[in-house]
Structures are given as structure tokens and as C-alpha cells.
Design a protein around this ligand. Sequence first.
Ligand SMILES: C=C(O[C@@H]1C=C(C(=O)O)C=C[C@H]1O)C(=O)O
Length: 391
Amino acid sequence: MSLAAPLPTPAHPLTDASPFRWHSPEVSLSAGELWTPPVPAGLSTGDHGRALLRAARQAGAPDACVVGALPFHPDEPAALAVAPTPDRAAPRPQPPGALSQPLLLRDGQSVPSAAEFETMVERAVQAIRAGALEKVVLGRLLHLDLGGPPPCVTALVDRLAVRHPAGFTFALRLPGRPDRTLVGASPELLVCKCGATVTLRPMAGTRARHPDPRTDGALAADLLGSAKDRAEHAVMVEAIRSALAPLCRTLDVPDRPNVTSTATLWHLVTPITAELRDPACSVLDVVERLHPTPAVGGVPGAAARAFIREHEPFARGLFAGAVGWCDARGDGEWAVTIRCAEIGAQAVRLFAGAGVVGDSVPALERAETAAKFRTMLDALGLDARTLGGAL
Ligand SMILES: C=C(O[C@@H]1C=C(C(=O)O)C=C[C@H]1O)C(=O)O
């Protein structure tokens, strides 16, 4: 199988797909339809989930799940819906079969441009050195204007799930915007809850992988030994520990991170496990407490979010948010919405960010975002080299 081969083109590439799909190492879940019952405005994330599940029960769907995505900025609207009859025995995708037309591109642009991104990182470094904040994650978009039909969402998700078996592959047709689908393969588990047990795998600290195994291994060792990356990771773990502790009876946070890999990147990761105090606490209550973590926001959280709103020349919306599912028991899995794209009829928008600290080098942070775009570019069958200067 060639992962760079083109994707097939079905009759309706966007709307023929399931409106929600999820493939984690543990669970494959697919929804045939989504409901969006009205819920009161201004609910917390946990209460929003409970209101949706109550509406589903009242409509005769006791086994419904809440599925969807939360925005990066918690004050923006969530894209949560009810999957009334989720298929939790959905098969894991197999390598894609017959392929047809390649994706035709009219144009590809980074917003901000690669040079403007570096300037933005430099400003963040100065703000950090001046003591305004400790860490901020800055992102950029890659806008692809299509010169032909959009990619087939079903085939795209299959391809991502096959290529990222340890990750969290998702597709969500946006409620109220049926011509747009959020698709991605996140490596990062925000939180999984099963009964009283919660697990998290927060990540911060990145190196692009190398095709030569010795060089690749040396890059992983370099990441594990890097004072800059370890510091960036440590501020994130501490923020998560203090957000989570009030909810927990036990909390196990290892002293040092491990390295973990995706197909294209190495990351530092700290696997965290905890037992919740309150059996009525749902996975969405935990998400509400944690999100956005410093893996996508920064430290202190409010100062970092304000810096992002002021400096990034686009609205993150659902990018760098959280995506997942929650069942009637309050159990579920939520991943950080990264390594993803919004697929539209005429355009595809990809998001990638990088954590900036006081000793960040702007050109390296830009290169890191370029490497992160590759998860979606590879799945779309696009060679990063064809985008040249944009990256
Ligand atoms: C923000 C992204 O990734 C996050 C940032 C990382 C970093 O700064 O090293 C690593 C993994 C993710 O937590 C992204 O992929 O867009």
C-alpha cells in the first residue's frame, strides 16, 4: 500500500461519510446519524453533556453517546451532538483499496506566512523573557484551495486510522455546517475515563523523525535529554497535576517523561493515571477542568490564551480544542484536536502549533509546525515539497 497514493472520489465525498467516526487503540465508534436537541445556553461542558444525554433518553435513545468537539477558547460554542445509536463495534479500518483521482490543488498558503509565524514566535519569546508568561503555543493554518472535488472523508479516515493505530482518528461533520468535516489523527489523549479510573497522556516537546534508524534514535535521545523541551514539558505536567488533583482520590504522575513516536514525529509524553473521588463525575467534567492544557495553550493559561487571541491572525475555532465521545455512564475518550484539518467542498484548512518558551528558536518552531502538517498532507496524498515556500 502506498500512503501517498490518491484518494477515491465517491459521489458525495463529504456527506456520504458517517457524521462521526472515532478510532482509538481501544474503541472504534461510528454514528449513522447525529441529533442536536436544544439545550439551555451557557451550560458548563459537563452539564451540556448531561443535558444532551437526558434529551436522548427522553427521545427513546437510552444507549446514546454525546460526541463532538469543543473549541480551543472555552467561551466559544461547542460542536456537541447526540449519537442516538452509536455502533461501538465498528470495524477498525483496513488498508484502503482501489484509488482514483489525485487531489487537485489550485493554491496553498500558510496563514500567517512562514516568515510572519517566525516574527510572532520572536514576539512570544520576548514576552516570555520579559516575564509576561512562561509558555505559549502558537499555531498557523495551511489553506489549500482545491482545483477539483474534495477528498473522500471515509477513505481519508480509513487511511489515517491505518497509519496511526496508536492515535485517535476522528471525523465530525460539523453540526449546522454539513459541507464541512473536521478530520484528524491526534496522538494526544486528553483524558479517558472508565468507571472511576482516568488516564491522560499529555505531550509537549517534539522532534521530526528521520528515515535512517540510527539518526532517528539519536533524535529521540536528543529530545529526551533536551533541557528546553524538558522544561516546556514540566510546566505542562505541573499545570495538569494541579487542575486534576481536586477531583482525585489518587493521582499518579511519573517524575520524568518518556519519548513516544507517531509516523513522522517524536514527542515527550507523561502517562498519568488517577482515581476520581465522585462517581457522578463524567469524562466531560474532567475535560472541562483540564482543557485547554498548556499543550495547546500555555502557562499561565489566561495570559497565554490572551496572547494567542491577540497575535494569531485567524480564529482557532475547533482547532486545538478537544474531540471525542461520552456515554450514558459518563465514560469516554477525548483527544486534543491536533494533526487535523477542516475539509470543505472547495478548500481544506490544516492547523499546526508549537510550544514557545524563553529559549525557543523561531525557525525551529516554524519547522516543527511544517513537520506536524505532514500527518494530514500524507493522508491527503500531498507531497509537502509541492507546497514549497508556504511551509
Ligand atoms: C499544538 C500541537 O501539538 C502539541 C504541541 C507539542 C509541542 O509543542 O511540542 C507537542 C504535542 C502537542 O501537544 C499541534 O500538533 O498542532
